[in-house]
Design a protein around this ligand. Structure first.
Ligand code: XMP
Length: 519
């Protein structure tokens, strides 16, 4: 089988940070894929045809019953191999060395590695300023090297911190070069891929060309429908597919009446006018807001919106004659299979359905042109496709929209106030040049009115909360540290410019204990 790019295979043994290895490699324009150890056999190795292999870290002990092992053939491929942490231990174990556990062998957190006398090419650029800081996270350690290996670096608790069998191009380290706390770890990956002969042939423009060809081959002359949310992923997917098959694509943008100020108009303008993409603007706000009337429970709100969304999408999709494919903006982190140790060799597959269950129900096949990309790569592809930066850099916006920023009952009046307050708040953030430093910022309208005094009169109006967080992946978040001046100015602007608000709260809760959204 021939592949358009040089490929690197990462065999995953279940480390929490395996995805970061892939990130570091992609940053070097190297195409790589992560596959769990129990899905990689000799036939897979042959068809994957890697130019190099990385064995990831993992939580197991090599001498435990049923310890995860790579296929024997991996060491006979004749390609460079890099073992990280458990990957190092498994290499030693398979090639005739020894690994020990027990008291005194563990090392967690920051450590410093000291070089030995010999030079090693994957360490070029290392140790230029003395010992290197690395991140350790291991219970066991290597106690005897496999034949052919030599030590190139030691740390207080890992006498074999850096090891290599240069003749066979096998390299193995006890620490994690992929994490932030190994500050110069990227250099080690760079040296490794250079010595493996990678020529950085994986770029966004080549991805774009390959993806277009693949879409054409998959779809032929059939029709494709794509649900547009106005978010970056579905937008990039739609534009890419449009570039591949033009008018065979129809986008359906379901407007549930829970979008931000001007959002629907902007999405329609961009897709219909700028890109000339066939777009159905399904204004179903009456349906959604009607169904949500009187509902305060957050889960009931979410379920109601989810259920209606599928119904509506299906209704419009049925009108598109001959539609055989559904396009989705599924990303790589959604499709990587995670390794499970608790349940033996079983694997959990995280699958992501923007319009859950719909493909099966309607008998549609999926087109997922972003399946191989990480979020920031989708942004890079968006830039490559000419999407404006202001669109690509937009903060995430949840599917249920403003419904989950309006605790308690949702009314049109509250939504209108919320839209205005949010627009003023975001305008403030943009004016102060803070938008790109913040992961997500938004206003919420609270389910209460409070008393105030404006001019000479008493007011009894809604209270609004403003929230801004920093985050890497939305799983945890910190409050963004605005200055008091900024907060004061924002409070004044919201109250002056938005009718119906007389009080502004600033939400200081991190995640955990809070979640980013209020519901
Ligand atoms: P939470 O509130 O769970 O949010 O801390 C984490 C991130 O996920 C977004 N979010 C959603 N996105 N559908 C989405 O597409 C949803 O139902 C949903 N709920 C939360 C949230 O905006 C934040 O970025």
């Amino acid at each position: 089988m021939t592949h358009p790019h040089q490929r690197l295979l990462i065999i995953d043994f279940g480390s929490q940070v395996t995805q970061l290895i892939a990130r570091r490699l992609r940053e070097l324009n190297v195409y790589c894929e992560i596959h769990p150890f129990n899905r990689v056999d000799d036939a897979f190795l042959k068809s994957f045809a890697p130019r190099a292999v990385i064995l990831s870290g993992g939580p197991a002990s090599v001498y435990a019953d049923g310890a995860p092992m790579p296929p024997a053939g991996v060491f006979d491929l004749g390609v460079p191999i890099l073992g990280i942490c458990y990957g190092q231990q498994v290499m030693m174990h398979c090639l005739g060395g020894k690994v020990e556990g027990g008291h005194g062998t563990a090392e967690f957190g920051r450590a410093f590695v000291t070089p030995t006398a010999d030079k090693l090419s994957i360490l070029d650029g290392w140790f230029t300023q003395g010992d290197e800081q690395v991140w350790m996270s291991h219970g066991d350690h290597v106690s005897k090297l496999a034949p052919g290996f030599q030590v190139y670096g030691t740390s207080p608790n890992a006498p074999f911190a850096i090891t290599a069998d240069v003749a066979r191009n096998f390299y193995a380290v006890q620490f994690h070069p992929e994490v932030h706390h190994t500050p110069r770890g990227a250099k080690l990956y760079e040296n490794f891929v250079r010595l493996a002969g990678f020529t950085s042939d994986w770029t966004m423009s080549s991805y774009r060309e390959d993806a277009i060809e693949k879409i054409r081959a998959q779809v032929g002359d059939k029709q494709v429908i794509c649900g547009l949310s106005g978010g970056v992923d579905s937008s990039v997917a739609a534009i890419l597919i449009h570039e591949a098959i033009g008018d065979q694509l129809t986008c359906v943008f379901v407007d549930h009446g829970l979008l931000r100020k001007n959002e629907a108009a902007e999405v329609v303008r961009m897709f219909r006018d700028n890109y000339n993409i066939k777009l159905i603007h399904a204004d179903e706000s009456d349906l959604f807001l009607g169904a949500l009337e009187g509902i305060s429970d957050p889960e009931t709100k979410r379920k109601t919106i989810g259920r209606l969304f599928i119904d509506v999408f299906q209704k419009y999709a049925n009108q598109i004659e001959g539609a055989e494919f559904l396009a989705q903006g599924t990303l790589y982190p959604d499709v990587i299979e995670s390794v499970s140790f608790s349940g033996g060799p079983s694997v959990t597959i995280k699958s992501h359905h923007n319009v859950g269950g719909l493909p099966e129900k309607m008998g549609l096949k999926l087109v997922e042109p972003l399946r191989e990309l990480f979020k920031d790569e989708v942004r890079a592809l968006g830039r490559e496709l000419g999407l404006p930066q202001s669109f690509i850099g937009r903060h995430p916006f949840p599917g249920p929209g403003l419904a989950i920023r309006c605790p308690g009952e949702i009314t049109r009046e509250k939504l209108a106030i919320l839209r205005e307050a949010d627009a003023v708040y975001i305008d403030q953030i943009r004016k102060h040049g803070l938008y790109d430093e913040i992961w997500q910022a938004f206003a919420a309208i609270l389910p209460m009115k409070t008393v105030g005094v404006m001019g000479d009169g008493r007011t009894y109006d809604y209270a609004v909360a403003i929230r801004a967080v920093t985050s890497v992946d939305g799983m945890t978040a910190d409050t963004y540290p605005f200055t008091n001046e900024f907060l004061g100015e924002t409070m004044t602007r919201i109250i002056n410019e938005v009718k119906g608000v007389n009080r502004v709260f600033y939400d200081l809760t991190s995640k955990p204990p809070g979640t980013i959204e209020l519901e």
